[in-house]
Structure formats: C-alpha cells, structure tokens
Design a protein around this ligand. Structure first.
Ligand code: ADP
Ligand code: ASP
Ligand code: MG
Length: 442
C-alpha cells in the first residue's frame, strides 16, 4: 500500500490533549506513516503561537536585549506538553541548546530562521517519542540552494534515500537547510509545504492536512458566519482561493502534490469523522455547476492607474511600464487594461517605500497623460468552474456589490476562466465578502 502523509497544523498540536487526538488519528489508519507537525499554535483566541515567541526571542537577541523571559514561556509550553504526554526526549538539554544557539546566531548577524524553526523541531521530538515513531530532522531532508530557493532535486533524492523505508516517521514542518548547513524556513504557514514535499518524496497516495476547520469553506469563517464546506475542488481552484486569502493551506503547498497528482484532504483534528475537503487533479471536464466554488480576498494593495491616449497602438508601451517595475524590484498581481488605460495592481508589501520613485520613473519612461495611485485597495476573487464564461455570473456578482452600495474600482476577469476579481476599498472588504456569499450561496 502507498503511504499517507498527515500534516498537523499549530492548533492540532497546541497541547497534550490535542496531541493525544493526533495519536488516535494516526493509529486509526496503518497507512498514515509520515507525520508532519507544526509548532504549538494557539490554545485559545488570546493565546500565543510558539513560532511568534521564537521570532521575538531572535529579535531581542539581535538587539542585545535579554530574552530569558520570553524563552521561559516557550520552555514552559514544551514542558507542559511533554509532562502531559508522559514523555521526555531529553527536553531540558534541547531547550538549553536552542537558547544558546539563538543567542549565538543573532550575535553572528544571522537571520531569524534558526530560532523560528525550533518550534517545529522541539514539537517533532516530543511527538515522535509519543507516537513511537522515528524522528527525522528536516534539516537533513529538505534542502535549499545558495540563493535560498527550494532545491527539489536534492530534497527528493535524500527523501528517497533516507525517509522512504521508515515504517512510522515524524518530520517537523516549516524548515530545511542551506548548503552551508544553516537553517532556512519556508514563509509563514510553511509546514503545509513540508507536508506536500514529503508526500511527493515518498510517493504518497494521499496528503492529509489536519487543521481546526472541517475543510476548505466557501468563505473565510472569520468574516462570513458558518460558511458551507467545499466537498471537492481542483488544484487550480484551490490555488486561486489559497493565493487570494483562503489561508487554510499555504498557496505554495499545491505545487509538489499537483506535480505528482496526489490528492489533498483537508480535515478537522477535532472532528475526525468529518470527511473534509478533497482537492483533486481535475481533468478539465468538470461540470459547470452554475454556482461558485468559493470566495477569498486580501487587503493591502495599491493600484497605479495610467492613462494615455492611443496607448494601445504604441508598440512596447506595456513592456516599458513593466520594466519600470522590474527595475525597482516590484512584482505585480494584476494588470487590467483598456484602450487608453492600464492599471497596475501591486501588493503594498512590494511597493512600500518605493511608490514615489516608481511613479516618478513611470512619468519619465512612458509619459502618461495622467497617473494616479490609489492605496488601501482590497481584492476579492470569486472562484468557480467556468466562472467567467457563464452568462449571468458576473451580473450576479456586480449586482450583489451594487446592492450593498459598494463601489467597484477594478475588475479583472482576465486570463483565468476560473475567477472574477474585483478591487474595492479596504473598508468595504467584509461587507463585500458577505454580500457576494449571500448572492451566490444564500
Ligand atoms: P493550521 O495552523 O492548522 O495550519 P491555519 O490557521 O493556517 O491552520 O488555517 C486554518 C484557518 O484558516 C481556519 O481556522 C480559518 O480561520 C482560516 N480560513 C481562512 N479562509 C478559510 C476558508 N475559506 N476555509 C477554511 N478556513 C479558512
Ligand atoms: N509554525 C510556522 C508558522 O507559524 C509554520 C506553520 O505553522 O505552518 O508560520
Ligand atoms: Mg497553516
């Protein structure tokens, strides 16, 4: 039988009680042979994530401030977990070493990755002992190249060599190593990527992603009350939703499993009988259901709108606009254009501190008749199969927004037939999400 890979998110491994649920889930299916845990997450709404505390330790150490107090909070979390489970993987020794190394890395001018990664590392040691599983340090399995890019070739070669034969293994999520042996993490939420990489590496039949909701929901449950769960969707639909803010799965986690055609099952650790959401390859012949798959959105975008008469007939205009962005190291999200207009939608994280220079460079390079930057934009993607081809879908979407009195500042129905993206003011974000959900789902 091909094995299954089971990744457990922060809330699923936040304390001893949760880890007992993890053990029951793993024990219930002999194919669950690879377990990828996150660092302990929040136990309640106001709790702290261990990863956040570890970043804080690094930051204090970097500034030369004592971080004993914060570190004590972390040590206590792990001691409680280990005691609650009745295991001791020489925890005190490991904690002592981690504390020293955080100080050393910071003193050497290193980044926060080592500190951040220890959340999953320590939890992995405890969980491995509790499950009676073999512990693998992700630094030895997951590799990045000199420039910090994930090194697939080496990673899959090493996984094949070292991990594949294991009957029951724990691989901590979130991090790997650079060629010089130092630790490098994926971006936040990156344990999802580790799980996907392990799934591809061991040739899993299924990648299970255990979290605190019963699957991918049609909208963010923090905004829409009780949204319906999505039973099945394709990788492409998930990619659109995850990228646009359905953060239940890291948007980069799709690639390794999609490449190998491994389905993903999003499940709820607290309701392990719920079937959750299945994410499947899809063969392009999915039926148009006449409704949507889901809605997701993000805030913090800026739109730079350029207008120039006869823009369309000027050869190389678009290239010159984009080369200004390239020169400033800015990537763009969307590029809706009209006959005489072009809008650049960029994430604030890309343009912060550079906006003035970019506007000036655009003035010099492409001589627009007008140029205007609008900050505080939010984007909402309404995703569904054949979304932008089914007559009436767009009308319903725009109707819902107009009824809610929301001014649409940008529409991108562009190249993916899977979604329609609208740009609105950030203040309208929540109202717009609810209005769209109501119009399509009720
Ligand atoms: P984990 O720690 O298990 O990785 P995350 O916090 O990363 O979990 O992701 C799960 C959370 O994602 C949910 O608790 C929910 O608040 C949020 N979320 C946002 N959008 C969606 C959505 N469309 N469907 C389900 N959950 C969503
Ligand atoms: N612990 C890491 C974070 O908080 C990675 C993860 O949970 O996926 O971002
Ligand atoms: Mg997550």
């Amino acid at each position: 039988m091909q094995p299954k890979v089971s990744k457990f998110g922060g809330t699923s491994v936040a304390d001893a009680d949760m880890i007992r649920k993890v053990k029951a889930i793993v024990a219930a299916d002999a194919d669950r042979r690879y377990v990828v845990p996150s660092a302990p997450g929040k136990r309640s709404k106001d709790d702290q994530k261990v990863t956040d505390l570890l970043y804080l330790c690094h930051e204090h150490a970097r500034q030369g401030i004592a971080f004993d107090e914060v570190f004590t909070l972390i040590a206590r979390r792990y001691s409680e977990i280990a005691e609650g489970l009745g295991v001791d993987p020489e925890l005190q020794k490991h904690l002592e070493k981690v504390k020293q190394e955080i100080a050393r890395v910071a003193a050497d001018g290193g980044g926060p990755d080592y500190a951040a990664s220890r959340g999953e590392y320590l939890n992995g040691l405890i969980i491995a002992e509790f499950l009676g599983a073999q512990f693998f340090d992700a630094a030895e399995l997951i590799h990045f190249d000199e420039r910090g890019k994930f090194d697939e070739d080496q990673t899959y070669r090493v996984i094949d060599e070292k991990l594949k034969g294991s009957q029951l293994a724990v691989v901590p999520g979130f991090y790997g190593s650079l060629p010089d042996g130092s630790i490098k993490t994926f971006s936040r939420g990156g344990s999802d990527i580790t799980g996907a990489v392990v799934a591809r590496g061991v040739g899993a039949s299924l990648y299970e992603n255990w979290t605190d909701v019963s699957g991918l929901l049609m909208a963010d449950p923090r905004i829409v009350d009780n949204p319906k769960a999505i039973q099945t969707l394709t990788y492409r639909e998930l990619r659109e939703l995850a990228y646009m803010g359905a953060t239940v799965l890291h948007d980069e986690a799709i690639f390794p499993v999609r490449h190998a055609g491994i389905p993903v099952n999003i499940r709820n650790t607290n309701r392990s009988d719920d079937p959750g959401t299945m994410i499947v390859p899809g063969n392009g012949s999915e039926k148009h259901t006449g409704t949507i798959t889901g809605i997701a959105g993000r805030k913090d975008f800026t739109v730079i709108a350029l207008e120039k008469a006869m823009m369309n007939s000027q050869v190389g205009y678009g290239r010159r606009v984009l080369s200004v962005l390239e020169d400033h190291g800015v990537s763009f999200e969307h590029l809706p254009s009209g006959i005489d207009t072009m809008s650049l939608v960029v994430a604030d994280s890309q343009i912060d501190g550079k906006l003035k220079d970019v506007l000036e460079a655009l003035r010099v390079e492409v001589h627009p008749d007008t140029i205007e930057a609008t900050p505080q934009m939010a984007l909402i993607a309404t995703v569904g199969r054949g979304m932008s081809h089914i007559p009436g879908m767009a009308a319903k979407l725009f109707g819902a927004l107009s009824e809610a009195d929301i001014n649409i500042r940008m529409i991108d129905q562009g190249s993916s037939e899977l979604n329609i993206i609208v740009g609105i003011h950030a203040d309208d974000f929540e109202t717009a999400m609810r209005a769209i959900y109501k119009a399509f789902v009720g």
